[in-house]
Write a protein of this length. Structure first.
Length: 189
């Protein structure tokens, strides 16, 4: 399995399975926004390179991805318990990454092995402090850059977090209803 090294932290890389899923047009159609696959496929799951983005944009796309996975959970799992476990592990990792990104204004990450981790550590060591980076991001040319984002780089983590929480609540309601119906069926049988 490919490991994810994200800002001084190591993740198991469960989410990398989504990279393969993004190749399928049917899966892309399930995403919250038509063009979010571009960010996920080319920016977040960038292969053989160190990726970077503002933490808000990372959270926006990862919360939207988790929302889509919960919304289409039954379709994606096809009733297979092992697949369901993998998707739940992927969602948990995506949310963990999103929450971890809150500590930084800009995030760097890479998928790979130990040499990838070491290369990322070198890149991280040369970055300015978090306070300096936050000041840099507030400069007029950077705020203009944020306003002029292309659609696939859309960034609004508050809306995405709300969307994720709503989909999680809906997923939990569906699970409770399924369990309740199963229990009724066993009681009447």
């Amino acid at each position: 399995m490919t490991t994810l090294y994200f800002m001084h932290r190591e993740f198991p890389g469960h989410s990398f399975e989504v990279s393969e899923m993004l190749e399928d047009p049917e899966f892309r159609a399930l995403l919250t926004f038509d063009d979010s696959w571009y960010f996920l496929h080319y920016c977040f799951f960038g292969r053989d390179c160190v990726c970077s983005e503002t933490s808000s944009a990372v959270r926006t796309h990862l919360y939207n991805l988790a929302s889509a996975l919960y919304r289409h959970f039954d379709t994606l799992t096809k009733g297979e318990p092992q697949r369901a476990e993998r998707i739940l592990a992927t969602i948990a990792e995506i949310i963990d990454i999103s929450e971890h990104s809150r500590e930084f204004s800009v995030c760097l990450w890479a998928y790979g092995d130990i040499s990838t981790r070491d290369f990322l550590a070198e890149r991280l060591a040369s970055l300015p402090s978090t306070q300096q980076m936050e000041h840099f991001l507030k400069l007029p040319h950077m705020t203009r850059h944020e306003r002029d984002r292309l659609l696939y780089r859309y960034s609004d983590d508050k809306v995405s977090l709300k969307r994720y929480r709503n989909e999680l609540a809906d997923y939990n309601r569906r699970r409770k209803l399924t369990a309740k119906n199963d229990q009724r069926a066993k009681a009447t049988a």
